[in-house]
Design a protein around this ligand. Sequence first.
Ligand code: SAH
Length: 398
Amino acid sequence: MKQLLEVQVKSEAIKDITNGYPLILKEAIRVPEVPMEQGSLMHLVDQHGGYIATGYYGEQNKGIGWILTRKERETIDQKFFAKKLKEAGQKREDFFASDDTTAFRVFNGEGDGIGGLTIDFFNGFYMVSWYSEGIYSFRELIYAALKEVFNVRGVYEKLRFNTNGQYIEKDDYVFGEKGEFPLIVLENGMHYAVDLNDGAMTGIFLDQRNVRKALRDRYSMDKTVLNTFSYTGAFSVAAALGGSAGTTSVDLAKRSLPKTIEQFAVNGIDYESQDIKVMNVFDYFSYAARHGLKFDVVVLDPPSFARTKKMTFSTAKDYPKLLKDALAITNDGGVIVASTNNASFNMKKFKTFIDKAFNETGKRYKVLEQHQLPEDFTVPNNFPEFNYLKVVFIQVMN
Ligand code: SAH
């Protein structure tokens, strides 16, 4: 049996919750005096004991849990989870029916009504990510619901919680057919190799789908493309398929080399005709400047935080500097694709970083297009703060 707690919401936080804010912040409630178990259900009430919502307790990097329902009589059981999954599936009917895209997000946490849980679809396989011990305590019910609602080929999972925020190394297979990896998925007709059982990441970040398509369709033909923080080279593949005059992929992780070769290979692109550098991006900037290298298109997609022996990088602090480094090796008239998934600032703020970098460089620019999360990465209505992705295509004017 799950622990059931009656938890009083502070009066100033009630309005947000009734308006649909899905996250339960520690400062929004009076923390009960009894010890709370991860996964406990919380009946949120006002100071008179009046019902507001039901949530679960699960500590995450932000907040201590998520609202599950605002209906007092709704019970949190397999039927509840099945209903949520079904609704999420219905919203993605076009993705399920697509012939040229076989990888997408089926369930996006709070945007689909259950914070802390995401499910991605990879060609019939389902990859479930659990973001807290609290939501993980509902594992059996959620897997039963998943089997009930979807035609599941096989299931893999990632546990994205533990004390220091590190990925737990384990076999990620859960049930159904075992995948043979690399599994090849399609995205707008491009092939990508993924591995659902090889550490924290799968080989592709699905939230960048529209950006890869834009890069391929509108910015690559006959252009030289530099892809920094390239990981498995997904953007480089899009550029090469879009007719790029040449791509350069830069990432300091050693495994990025074989992984990038693999992504080119599954698309029939000769990797030897492309440049792949295992190198610190900041060293690459100096190297390129020293050698007078310049590019028509530069993709910047750094992690929110990165630490190397020599330096730390934080997008919230250092993005203007990163843009200035990129500007130094971008041709006039060229395009910088500036991306960040740092949830701590919004698009407006991100654009101030862009403005700052260009002002300090004495260059003008034009925003050609911008992207946030694609439609399968549903965000809660009225709360754009959950739309963490920000990508701006910036043309450098002379
Ligand atoms: N743009 C990629 C995803 C980037 S993930 C894509 O679309 O698939 C972030 C990557 O940055 C990781 O692969 C990590 O190895 C790399 N990285 C982090 N700090 C770096 C640095 N200083 N120089 C080069 N690569 C770095």
